[in-house]
Ligand binder design. Structure first.
Ligand SMILES: *Cc1c(COP(=O)(O)O)cnc(C)c1O
Length: 431
């Protein structure tokens, strides 16, 4: 499979090159040059397949010829070795829990898959070591740290804003050691991201280091997210219902994977991109104008994005046709107050603890007003324990720490403090 850049200036590349590069040299995002529908029999019989078999069928066309079947199956097995339960909430509303992985957010799947693909390519040609450089506002750092731990030939450097991630999140990215290094930046998330961007454009660095990114612009993080939508479909007992997915969205990688799943033939009636007050995308659908804005801080902070990076991929999927796009995708924005009310409502009606991101997804379904023969599924993208400071006072409960969190919370934090780009560069050149 070849991948082209959405800016269409640079030549097409292989899957491997797209993974190693991350962003295309013309600053476009890589996109598969062909998307083939899966056979009808696959959907009919999906109930008989294991998750691993489903994932293999879904991803194989995108990697064909570059990772042999046996190795790809092993990568998949190691990537999704936990549960993805569909939980009934109320009448025709379900939630798909994507937080049973090691860092308890849905980003685990993409990070683990990408790490293993890079590890595989590295073993094959023994090229130069790859350095993954990533800025995080919270969840990405932990998922990438855990996903890449002990992957041979790959070093990971994570930049995070000092004092601006939760305790759990900080422990998840600073306590692993080995090939994972954490840099605690005296600044904001935007400062971290700016430093990472500067590094990618710094010839002195890129001459000596194979730098790549690990955010959702990377095809190996983006594409495996398609699995979730198939796993949900498999668990729905009555396949005659129309399916509506509501995806809490920030950089729009997850929902863009859902739209890809639909391209592969998954019968989905409608997608809803649910956002917090960072409402660039709902505004775009309404007005036809895309106007990026600085991000605003909210209680669903993993979605505090003012210029969603996967927007261009969504346009690509619909050939820039906003009329067609509006038929498949609705989008609504919600305030923190509305999110808190939704968390209380879900608790009251269903005795279910939703995290703020899931609650935004729930609100999207409610606003869309699903009809009788339809079922609505909102994605639960993080475990409530990751947002204790928001949830416990709102719902007046105590949440028990799951074992994944207990394992890291008492470990010693190791992070190097940096103030500016030069210190990052020095660190990269000397370590
Ligand atoms: C990253 C994240 C999101 C947003 O996902 P995108 O693919 O960036 O739209 C939503 N919820 C949680 C908990 C996340 O960590």
């Amino acid at each position: 499979m070849k991948y082209y850049s959405t800016n269409k200036i640079v030549p097409k590349v292989s899957f491997k090159q797209a993974v190693v590069k991350g962003l295309a040299p013309d600053k476009g995002l890589y996109f598969p040059s062909k998307i083939k529908k899966l056979p009808i029999g696959f959907f009919k019989n999906i109930g008989y397949f294991t998750n691993e078999e489903i994932a293999y069928e879904v991803i194989k066309q995108f990697i064909k010829g570059e990772i042999p079947e046996k190795d790809l199956k092993k990568i998949i097995e190691e990537t999704i070795n936990f549960d993805f339960p569909l939980v009934h909430i109320d009448e025709n509303i379900f939630t798909l829990e994507l937080f049973h992985g090691p860092t308890m957010a849905f980003k685990d799947v993409g990070a683990r898959f990408m790490a293993r693909c890079l590890g595989y390519f590295n073993k094959q040609d023994d090229t130069q070591k790859v350095t993954v450089l990533v800025a995080t506002s919270g969840d990405t750092g932990g998922a990438v740290a855990s996903g890449f731990l002990n992957v041979e030939g790959v070093d990971v450097v994570i930049l995070y804003p000092s004092g601006k991630v939760s305790d759990v999140q900080e422990k998840q990215l600073t306590t692993l050691g080995k090939n994972i290094t954490a840099l605690e930046v005296n600044g904001t998330f935007d400062d971290c991201q700016a430093m990472v961007k500067t590094a990618f454009l710094d010839d002195e660095l890129t001459k000596v280091l194979n730098l790549t990114s690990a955010n959702s612009i990377n095809v190996a993080r983006w594409l495996p997210q398609m699995f979730y939508f198939f796993f949900a479909y498999k668990q729905l007992k009555n396949n005659n219902l129309n399916i509506v997915f509501s995806v809490p969205s920030g950089n729009f990688g997850n929902i863009c994977a859902g739209l890809m799943a639909q391209k592969l033939g998954l019968p989905v009636k409608q997608f809803i991109a649910s956002t917090n007050v960072n409402d660039v995308f709902p505004n775009y659908l309404e007005t036809g104008n895309y106007i990026a804005k600085p991000s605003k801080q909210t209680i669903s902070n993993a979605m505090d994005v003012g210029d969603p990076s996967n927007f261009v991929r969504i346009l690509e999927l619909f050939n820039n046709n906003i009329v067609e796009l509006r038929k498949q995708l609705s989008s609504y924005s919600f305030t923190d107050d509305e999110t808190i009310e939704a968390m209380k409502e879900i608790m009251k009606t269903s005795n279910y603890i939703a995290d703020p991101h899931g609650a935004v997804g729930y609100l999207g379904l409610k606003k869309y007003e699903i009809s009788q023969n339809t079922c609505g599924i909102f994605l639960e993208t993080a475990h409530p324990v990751k947002f204790l400071d928001v949830i416990e006072p709102v719902l007046n409960i105590k949440i028990e720490l799951p074992k994944q969190i207990k394992e890291v919370i008492d470990k010693e934090k190791i992070a190097f403090k940096i103030d500016n780009y030069n210190q990052l560069k020095q660190h990269l050149l000397t370590s």
